[in-house]
Design a protein around this ligand. Structure first.
Ligand code: NI
Length: 156
């Protein structure tokens, strides 16, 4: 396992669409392990493969110690309802935070790391995280969708 370096603001890869994973081979499994390790190292809630420079439809989400780690391969939205206005950040924009609208509830299907189909319904923070990470797979970053006037830049 290894910590991967995170692509940050200005890196054009963040605007590219990720491709479907065709086969979950050892290389993909290694990538997933590294993504989880990298997510924990940087204290994030979610990480998409594109953020470590790999244009594949893979996302990991972990809301905290008492919550499961979700591995989502080729995720697809089944439905989303409601709107929540939330404070958001992103490991690729380490010093920027802003308010954004996210669905209150989202239902998706995906494959897990063993290739098994899973259906997840997320509310609150999980819905926010899923929505944020699936945007990454479409080459969309949160900063382009924020509520105007809410951007906070933290000086490091
Ligand atoms: Ni992000």
């Amino acid at each position: 396992m290894a910590i991967r370096s995170i692509r940050t603001e200005g890196d054009e890869i963040l605007k590219k669409k990720s491709k479907k994973v065709e086969v979950i081979d050892e290389k993909i499994k290694e990538l997933i392990k590294d993504m989880i390790e990298t997510l924990h190292k940087y204290d994030g809630v979610g990480l998409a493969a594109v953020q470590v420079g790999i244009l594949k439809q893979i996302v990991v989400i972990h809301e905290g110690e008492d919550k499961p780690i979700y591995v989502l391969i080729n995720p697809e939205i089944i439905s989303q309802t409601g709107v929540q206005v939330v404070e958001e950040g992103c490991l690729s924009f380490p010093n920027k935070f802003a308010k954004i609208e996210r669905p209150e509830k989202i239902k998706i299907k995906a494959l897990d790391e063993n290739g098994k189909e899973i259906i997840i319904t997320g509310k609150g923070l999980l819905a926010q995280a899923i929505s944020h990470e699936l945007d990454h797979l479409n080459g969309e970053v949160f900063i382009d969708k924020i509520i105007p006037g809410t951007l906070e830049i933290i000086k490091q």
